[in-house]
Write a protein that binds this ligand. Structure first.
Ligand SMILES: [Fe+2]
Ligand SMILES: [Fe+2]
Length: 176
């Protein structure tokens, strides 16, 4: 058990490395459901145009688009399964709780989301692997994948928040 009076550099290094890889894979998933080319926009304009709207033009369409999504999601799903397992058994969340017991409810909530996130990844992989999706199904799939990516990102943010508060360290992931 690492000392509780300092942030263990091995644990924190591991968390940083793991999450960096996860964010890279997540980015690939998001790129797989974004239009191939978008007219350059001002940052403000970009915020206003909803992702949902741009997904209607999600390119390339099936089957190439489906293959791209399935490949990106499968890589993410493989990483996620191991990532979640490590979070559940690796001890760093427990250590955060030992440092700050008031984090317990939020930590439990965050960890309890893992099975659902994996199940949603499986569902989307299964759908995108079919490759024969009609136009309406294709737009829905792109939208669902995008929602999943947002949900996962939100999960990671809240989880990092628990660890950051517990260790009182900035892990440098808050703005991703
Ligand atoms: Fe997690
Ligand atoms: Fe995580």
């Amino acid at each position: 058990m690492p000392s509780l009076d300092r942030a263990d550099p091995v644990i924190l290094g591991h968390i940083l490395h793991e999450h960096h890889e996860l964010h890279t894979l997540l980015q690939s998933v998001r790129e797989a459901v974004e239009p191939a080319s978008e007219a350059p926009q001002q940052p403000e304009q970009k915020q206003r145009s909803s992702r949902k709207g741009s997904l209607a033009n999600c390119k390339p369409e099936p089957p190439a688009g489906c293959q791209r999504i399935a490949a990106a999601l499968s890589a993410l799903r493989d990483h996620l399964a191991e990532h979640f397992r490590q979070e559940e058994t690796g001890g760093f969340i427990e250590e955060s709780l030992a440092r700050l017991p008031r984090l317990a409810a939020e930590a439990r909530r965050v960890l309890s989301e893992h099975p659902d996130l994996l199940a949603e990844a499986d569902r989307l992989i299964e759908q995108s692997s079919r490759g024969d999706i009609p136009a309406t199904g294709w737009t829905t799939l792109c939208h669902d994948v995008d929602q999943f990516a947002s949900r996962l990102l939100d999960h990671e943010r809240r989880e990092n928040n628990v660890v950051q508060q517990g260790y009182n360290e900035d892990l440098g992931l808050g703005d991703e």
